[in-house]
Design a protein around this ligand. Structure first.
Ligand code: ATP
Length: 198
């Protein structure tokens, strides 16, 4: 997957709508301390479905909304749009992907993929299958290198699974196991009903 464009509005220090084009190759973000470099990386993780306020350096998820300054009022919502191209299919064609996450004060987050409302889980699966995502080792934030070195074997295995693009399979396996258990319970109930009819 190639990230092409990132649009932010009301997200952390990006109070005014801002748009960044990400060209093929290496992209560097430079600027003085506190200008919002880490906020950009957090915006990418957030639109990919990050659900932990702590890993967004906040106390609650609404802390990603512009909180206001001495001369600017706070914002009521934050929105991040990520435009990407998927990995080439067998016929070499790349598909356009647009993911939008929006949070409003008191109303929580909503996601859209290519214009359709979806669940957080659907967004997480899209990125997990593409071997990226909010917790992917492809996004390296400050302090993460030390964390990789100090990781326990189970954590390191999780990183490798994410890098290999199989993390989404675990979610699907859990879903399938839940469906299986529900079906088994239904079958047992059916047996009871049939026994009652005899
Ligand atoms: P450094 O080089 O020091 O790591 P940086 O360029 O990575 O800095 P960030 O950490 O991305 O900077 O940005 C921090 C800035 O974002 C701070 O000025 C902080 O006040 C501002 N900020 C964070 N959250 C919000 C928010 N919800 N509303 C308004 N401003 C915010």
């Amino acid at each position: 997957m190639r990230i092409r464009r990132l649009k932010l509005s009301g997200f952390k220090s990006f109070v005014e709508p801002a748009e960044l084009r990400i060209e093929p190759g290496l992209t560097g973000v430079v600027g003085p301390n506190g200008c919002g470099k880490s906020n950009l990386l957090e915006a990418i993780r957030w639109v990919m479905g990050e659900s932990s306020p702590k890993s967004m350096r906040g106390g609650g998820m609404e802390d990603v909304i512009f909180a206001g300054t001495a001369n600017r009022p706070q914002r009521a919502f934050a929105e991040v749009v990520l435009q990407a191209e998927t990995a080439p299919r067998d016929d070499g064609v790349r598909e356009e992907l647009e993911v939008v996450r929006r949070i409003e004060r008191g109303a929580g987050s909503a996601y859209r993929v290519n214009g359709r409302d979806v669940r957080a889980k659907d967004v997480a699966l899209i990125f997990a299958d593409a071997a990226t995502g909010a917790h992917s080792p492809a996004l390296v934030s400050q302090g993460r290198i030390a964390a990789v070195i100090a990781a326990k074997p189970a954590e390191r295995r999780q990183m490798l699974e994410e890098a290999a693009g199989i993390a989404g399979l675990h979610v699907r396996r859990k879903d399938a196991e839940q469906k299986l258990r529900a079906t088994e319970a239904n079958l047992a109930r059916l047996d009871d009903i049939m026994a009652g009819l005899d």
